[in-house]
Design a binder for this molecule. Structure first.
Ligand SMILES: O=C(O)CCC(=O)C(=O)O
Ligand SMILES: [Fe+2]
Length: 326
């Protein structure tokens, strides 16, 4: 690090801290790729050590069995072939769900999902893209069997175009089964995060006769697929037997409307067993969204309590620093 970047009078503490984290985890080349192309794949050895991928896969298979009453068939995909489910309306006459089954609100389904959220590599990528005040917007699971419908290209930024160049949201997806085109992997348009707009009309189509700039991502189970919220992406349909399973951890800056509404929903024991940052990630630092006067006071006090605990903890780690909370 140069003399200037080591000096907190010159470079803000959050920038110094995020760079130190990137170096600690050996993520420099993935950050470069993310900046250049709008997405990157972090390999399993860095993204999911300690059997995290296998434990997440087991856990989502259990959730699927619990919610749908049938154990998913990973080998043949027969349980999810041509799945329509609640996506009947989207599917059209000859179509099926472009994303298979979508199981939402996983954070409450077991400790392994808390671990997935607190994964230091995932948090480094999220903090780099959306700041240290980033929150969880949603954590769900896509479970897709053989299907015919491709998933149209879109950006994840929940705003009309033009989009700001910095990431308001980011997507950090745990890849739990092999991703390639035949397996229905995610499609990306490299560099599209710099265009600051969402795709429209014919440029949204994935697959034959579709957007020729869309490429299939290829990576092994256990990878973490990370993208800037503006990056154009969708998915190829799955032509191979079996299931494609992934957990998108969708994160947002705290002033962006989130998919899940977690304020007041997190049990105290879950907050107590996790570090102070967990409460911030779980939206407990957000005061907006109150229902009445009493709720506005309660939410304000709760937000102050959890934000202070997080900031005090960070300040103790780096005495004399400027606020990391940006
Ligand atoms: O199904 C896919 O691979 C794309 C998922 C997606 O669009 C998302 O998680 O935002
Ligand atoms: Fe998306």
């Amino acid at each position: 690090m140069s003399e200037a970047t080591a000096n907190s009078d010159v470079v803000q503490t959050p920038l110094q801290k995020i760079w130190a984290e990137i170096e600690d985890h050996g993520l420099e080349s993935y950050i470069a790729e993310l900046d250049a192309y709008g997405y990157t794949v972090i390999p399993p050895r860095l993204a999911t050590p300690g059997g995290l991928c296998e434990r997440l896969l087991d856990a989502v298979l259990d959730v699927a069995e619990g919610r749908n009453g049938v154990r998913p068939d990973l080998e043949t995909g027969s349980t999810h072939k041509g799945f329509k489910g609640r996506f009947q309306a989207l599917a059209g006459d000859n179509g099926d769900s472009p994303i298979g089954d979508l199981m939402q609100s996983l954070l409450f389904e077991g400790r392994v999902f808390e671990e997935a959220l607190m994964n230091p590599v995932l948090l480094t990528m999220a903090s780099y893209l959306c700041g240290y005040s980033v929150v969880l917007s949603s954590m769900g699971c896509f479970m897709k069997g053989p299907n015919v419908s491709t998933f149209a290209l879109h950006s994840d930024t929940p705003l009309p175009s033009p989009l700001p160049p910095h990431a308001l949201v980011c997507n950090l997806t745990y890849v739990l089964t092999e991703f390639n085109r035949e397996n229905g992997s995610t499609a990306f348009v490299p560099g599209s995060h710099k265009w600051c707009r969402s795709p429209e009309g014919a440029e949204r189509k994935v697959g034959d006769g579709g957007n020729q700039k869309a490429v299939a991502v290829e990576c092994p189970p256990g990878s973490l697929l990370c993208w800037h919220g503006n990056t154009w992406h969708g998915a190829f349909n799955r032509t191979a037997p079996g299931l494609r399973v992934s957990i998108p951890v969708y994160m947002a800056r705290p002033y962006i409307r989130t998919q899940e509404g977690l304020v007041g929903q997190i049990p105290d024991e879950m907050l107590e067993r996790n570090p102070a940052r967990f409460a911030i990630l779980a939206q407990q630092g957000i005061a907006y969204g109150y229902k009445n006067q009493d709720d506005s006071v309660a939410r304000g006090l709760r937000a102050y309590k959890y934000t202070k605990a997080y900031m005090d903890g960070e300040a103790a780690l780096t005495p004399g620093s400027q606020s990391l909370y940006s």
